[in-house]
Ligand binder design. Structure first.
Ligand SMILES: [Zn+2]
Length: 273
């Protein structure tokens, strides 16, 4: 999926041309608004060109062979002309796909920098590791890596129907496949079985891997599965789900956007029924 963006730890020696700057204010990213109302990451020599004062500069890698950096603005600043501070979710469909995933990576590195300044065990100031993206405590040698939280997401199939549910967290009225966070000591398959049982009372069989997708809200890794219905009457956990049902290809409800693995799972169902 990420093909134009190459992650790198060390900056290449020769410095030529401008760089992409992923500049965050809180969780919002500074983007340039193009003539056709799309969003782009500013290509700059330095953020000072925009009269922005930044901190926490990190080298991320290269996009289209240009260097990429992340940084944060200090204080509350108004965006420069023709620019906006946007949440990543606002940028889903307004940005080149690969650049969007690079922005997702940038947001996770900025979050890692913010939350790992000090050792969680002894409280000493941490240092950047030399050969990997990590923070090391110089006193007790504790190593921390950017956080990744695995979540499973599953298309449950019963004959010619798919199980879709609406979460109270969804904006709008669309339905999607079920998802949930993996717990400590649990396999992905156990998580699939547990979450679907907890949320809908449905038992599963034939669980198989589908694909995965980083989901930078703020640091999930969505691991997709397909599974077959094995038993149980549909009964929803009202704390987790507003509504759920079995849908055939010709009566599908509103669906999540094309960029998500949720939609890829539903599209797989549509193509294969
Ligand atoms: Zn320590």
């Amino acid at each position: 999926m990420i093909n134009k963006f190459i992650k790198e730890l060390k900056e290449p020696g020769n410095n030529s041309g401008n760089s992409y700057w992923f500049i965050f204010q809180g969780e919002k990213l500074l983007v340039e608004i193009t003539k056709d109302d799309r969003c782009d990451i500013p290509l700059l020599d330095n953020p000072s060109e925009l009269n922005l004062t930044t901190t926490g500069k990190q080298y991320l890698g290269r996009y289209n062979n240009c260097r990429c950096y992340s940084a944060e603005v200090t204080g509350n600043m108004n965006p420069p002309q023709n620019m906006e501070f946007c949440t990543l979710r606002q940028l889903f469909y307004r940005m080149d796909n690969d650049l969007f995933w690079a922005a997702g990576y940038a947001s996770q590195i900025v979050l890692f920098e913010q939350t790992h300044q000090y050792c969680g065990r002894c409280g000493s100031k941490t240092e950047a590791a030399e050969n990997e993206r990590a923070k090391i405590c110089p006193e007790c040698r504790l190593i921390n890596y950017p956080r990744v939280s695995p979540s499973m997401i599953v298309a449950v199939i019963k004959e010619d129907k798919i199980l879709l549910a609406r979460s109270p967290r969804f904006k709008g009225s669309f339905y999607s496949v079920l998802a949930g966070f993996v717990e400590s000591g649990e396999t992905l398959e156990e998580c699939v079985i547990r979450e679907v049982k907890e949320e809908t009372n449905i038992d599963l069989k034939n669980i198989r891997y589908f694909g995965s997708q980083p989901w930078p809200f703020p640091h999930s890794l969505m691991v997709g599965f397909i599974a077959d219905y094995a038993g149980g009457e549909l009964s929803i956990d009202k704390n987790e789900i507003v509504d759920a049902g079995w849908f055939s290809v010709d009566n599908l409800p509103g669906l999540p956007g094309k960029i998500s693995i949720a939609r890829r799972l539903i599209d797989w169902f549509i193509e294969n029924r």
